[in-house]
Design a protein around this ligand. Structure first.
Ligand code: WAQ
Ligand code: MG
Length: 272
């Protein structure tokens, strides 16, 4: 597939006015596609913004930006595994333990969980937190750090989608989150990511580390419109470099030779 240029297509939708005037975040999306796909992608994003379970937006911002292909970095797609947990409490406990195993200090991981649970509503972006203390490091307040300019490599999209579908993971959430997380853990200084959705009916969430994307079947209460993301960075990281990588560096994610969806593991095995 020859690609001289790629287009970053970005959408953000809010209700009650634009985000920057206090509107409530409804939906966002990020793609990085060849020119021939732009029309279809823009149409799909618009449909998605207008038919969202979080409500009807009255503000939609669509951004298109051409990027020279030589600026685009390639990073590996994380393998995806699922841990079935019986409920939210078990899910959060397992997620906490995995974060600690990945090098996040316990009190930092606990602080992150508390901070995400205490959000009054979803942010548009993520909190950047110290993996040592849990202290908030970005200065973006209620907006958070927005990861943009990333996608799966167009030559791999179909095969990855099919692999996910064959494991019952064919919904948009898994692929999009897998792409985002693969970029996030490739950022300088990032140790791990913790995430759950802001879609009221979507209760699964994940922890991503450098080697794996681990889904937990329950990470938030059914019906809650409050999602969130936390990125943990190690001590001594140049925060500005990390933020500019996350927000600006174009990245295509590519499944390596050994990329796979790890078959679902039983609850007992993963009850750390
Ligand atoms: N950059 C930073 N943070 C973001 C971005 C982004 N591009 N997009 C969303 N967020 C933050 C924001 O605070 C949202 O409220 C929150 O993440 C959740 O976003 O394996 O659907 O798009 O089954 O609702 C995870 C589980 C689904 C997927 C994640 O996220 C699976 C999901 P959502
Ligand atoms: Mg959502």
């Amino acid at each position: 597939m020859s690609m001289k240029e790629l287009y970053s297509v970005r959408m953000r939708a809010a209700a009650g006015g634009p985000h920057e005037e206090g509107g409530r975040h409804i939906s966002g999306a990020e793609r990085l596609v060849p020119e021939g796909d732009v029309r279809q992608v823009v149409g799909a994003m618009l449909d998605r913004a207008l038919n969202h379970s979080r409500g009807r937006p009255d503000f939609i911002n669509l951004t298109l930006e051409a990027l020279p292909a030589e600026r685009v970095l390639t990073v590996p797609l994380l393998p995806i595994r699922t841990l079935a947990v019986p409920d939210l409490v078990a899910g959060r406990r397992a997620a906490l333990n995995l974060l600690i195993k990945a090098g996040v200090v316990r009190c930092a991981a606990e602080r992150a969980l508390t901070a995400l649970q205490a959000l009054p509503d979803s942010m548009r972006g993520a909190m950047l937190l110290s993996a040592a203390t849990g202290e908030r490091l970005d200065g973006y307040g209620g907006r958070g750090v927005r990861v943009t300019r990333m996608d799966i490599h167009p030559a791999s999209r179909l095969a990855v989608r099919e692999a996910l579908t064959s494991y019952g993971l064919g919904n948009n959430h898994v692929l999009e989150a897998g792409i985002l997380a693969s970029k996030v853990v490739s950022a300088p200084g990032v140790v791990a990511e913790l995430c759950w959705s802001d879609d009221p009916d979507y209760v699964a969430g994940y922890v991503a580390i450098a080697t794996c994307y681990t889904r937990f079947s329950y990470l938030k209460p059914y019906g809650s419109p409050i999602g969130g993301r936390a990125f943990f960075v190690r001590e001594g990281t140049d925060i500005n470099a990390t933020i500019s990588y996350l927000q600006e560096q174009p990245v295509l994610v590519v499944p390596g030779e050994d990329w796979c969806v790890v078959p679902e593991a039983g609850e007992a095995r993963w009850n750390f």
